[in-house]
Design a protein around this ligand. Structure first.
Ligand SMILES: Cc1cc2nc3c(=O)[nH]c(=O)nc-3n(C[C@H](O)[C@H](O)[C@H](O)COP(=O)(O)O)c2cc1C
Length: 173
């Protein structure tokens, strides 16, 4: 897949099959994640942490806690892999940008491998509300989880194309 295609074909997917992603695919996602730009040239105070959760018991706890906070449903949509991206606050006040760029690289690399994803903040509320759950993901001292990304396969083949729109573009020519 060409880069441009990965960008326009990526869609948030909210339904996953039982098929797990392979370790080889995970390695490529990690490679892509760590290739993202980072503020401060990658000094320790602008580091980011990937937590890859495939433990079913933990996934179920996360789903249950976040689901209860949202008033029901499975906020990870049955996915068998959940990636949490965390970072410490840094002196550039750029930790959320660092995390966002890393997340987008994961989403696009996954799309390139025909994997499905969705970026979520709903699961983060569960970690903020439940200290036990937060300690279960074992983050380094001072790191905060910012986003979750589900990765997997779907049998929902509804939306695959994007329409061109420019109503949010202001041309000054
Ligand atoms: C910061 C952020 C937080 C999001 N949180 C959630 C979430 O908690 N649950 C969810 O299902 N989707 C979440 N999304 C996905 C958006 O709903 C989705 O990206 C948007 O509707 C556009 O659809 P698309 O990703 O298919 O293009 C989030 C997206 C962003 C950028």
């Amino acid at each position: 897949m060409q880069t441009f295609e990965a960008i326009i074909y990526r869609k948030g997917v909210r339904s996953y099959t039982n098929q797990q992603v392979s370790d080889e695919q995970l390695k490529k996602l990690i490679l892509a994640a760590n290739a993202a730009p980072i503020s401060g040239g990658g000094y320790r105070d602008s580091a980011r942490q990937l937590t890859i959760i495939q433990n079913m018991e933990l996934l179920n706890r996360i789903s249950k806690t976040a689901g209860e906070m949202m008033g029901g449903g499975d906020p990870i949509y049955g996915a068998k892999t959940l990636i949490i991206i965390s970072a410490p606050e840094n002196s550039f006040h750029a930790e959320q940008i660092d995390v966002g760029l890393m997340a987008q690289s994961v989403l696009l690399a996954a799309t390139d491998m025909s994997l499905n994803t969705i970026l979520m903040t709903s699961v983060i509320a569960a970690f903020q509300a439940n200290a036990e759950l937060l300690s279960a993901i074992n983050l380094p001292q001072g790191y905060h989880p910012f986003v979750g990304i589900t990765v997997g396969y779907t049998d929902d083949d509804t939306v695959k194309t994007r329409e061109y729109k420019d109503d949010n573009v202001n041309y000054l020519r």
